[in-house]
Design a protein around this ligand. Structure first.
Ligand code: GLV
Length: 328
């Protein structure tokens, strides 16, 4: 029997390719070429499956041009690169990679919070530039993490991981805002209290964004929200570009309307708003919150599990649009 054909759209672990080759005829991209949409469509011709990352946009145009496609397995928990409604309409299964990155990403959220509040990169740049001549009482004085109020917007698995670290590890008061309130047991475990978005922005010393990107969450933080925050507050975005209005944030940082920001994700990344590059009080990292080798391996394995599970056994592990399975 002919093996199903799949496309692996980005470079991944050689072991993942080897595993996929046991089940599929695989076209891979181990040189990690950046493909245009037209090239992606061309590569997907005749493929039943695609191993994607957050960088490949799978929309109605791609789907219409690739009628043999049956599944796109994202090696990411976020899936705003998928038009899930269009995929469902075409009977194409979408899967993501949840859970396996939760703790690693929560660790990173905390790392970025600490680097931001304690001005770690700003002070390192100062030192590397040879500007450190003497000690002074307020040199790079930042704000405390322990005992401060942490406001988390988006209280899914990663938000809960950050809440636990803050409340149990650093004695923080944790408040959160989410579309739906957690049940009482989870709130108690996370030691987190529910707040409206406005209350949270007004009272938090540190605001952490962990909300998935959608049209509804576009610019969750813009000029109006930044104006509600304390002038001493920090803002951390490990969610997605577009959750924050980066131009408004750069202006608020420049004018010291908030103290500092830590950003792992950007509108239009890998491009970064030039105004953000020009302000000192921001820590910038290139979308690496889940980047440890064991976690990236687990994410790749889960994407592969979904391809094998669906195309070979008919049972994907983490389907996003299970309605599609009824018809297959
Ligand atoms: C990373 O941003 C992910 O969604 O996994």
């Amino acid at each position: 029997m002919n093996k199903p054909k799949i496309l692996v759209a980005r470079s991944v672990f050689p072991e993942t390719i080897a595993r996929l080759e046991a089940h599929f005829e695989v076209e891979s991209n181990q040189d990690d070429q950046s493909w245009s949409k037209a090239q992606l469509i061309q590569k997907l011709q005749g493929k039943q499956g695609a191993f994607t990352t957050g960088s490949e946009r799978i929309d109605a145009e791609v789907l219409a041009a690739c009628p043999e496609l049956k599944i796109c397995a994202n090696m990411a928990v976020g899936y705003n690169n998928f038009d899930v409604d269009a995929m469902t309409a075409r009977g194409v299964l979408a899967t993501n990679a949840p859970d396996v990155l939760t703790e690693t990403t929560a660790d990173f959220g905390f790392a970025l919070l600490m680097a931001t509040a304690r001005r770690i990169t700003e002070s390192e740049h100062f030192l590397r530039a040879g500007k450190w001549q003497k000690w002074s009482y307020d040199m790079f004085a930042g704000s405390d993490i322990h005992g401060a109020t942490l406001g988390i917007i988006g209280m899914g698995r990663i938000g809960q991981g950050i809440a636990r670290r803050g409340a149990h590890g650093f004695g923080m008061k944790v408040i959160y805002h989410n579309r739906s309130r957690l049940d009482a047991q989870l709130e108690a475990e996370c030691k987190a209290g529910y707040a409206t978005k406005e209350e949270l922005l007004k009272t938090a010393d540190h605001v952490m964004l962990v909300v998935p990107y959608s049209a509804a969450s576009h610019h969750t933080i813009g000029a109006a929200e930044l104006a509600l925050m304390k002038p001493t507050a920090t803002l951390v975005n490990i969610a997605r570009g577009g959750i924050v209005d980066d131009a408004a944030l750069a202006a608020a940082l420049r004018d010291k309307r908030i103290a500092a920001a830590g950003l792992d994700v950007f509108e239009g990344e890998p491009n970064v708003h030039p105004a953000l590059l020009g302000v000192p009080n921001v820590v910038l990292t290139p979308h690496i919150a889940s980047a440890t080798i064991p976690t990236r391996r687990a994410m790749a394995e889960l994407a592969a599990d979904n391809l094998v599970g669906f195309l070979v056994d008919g049972k994907p592990v983490t389907p996003l649009n299970p309605a599609v399975l009824g018809g297959k």
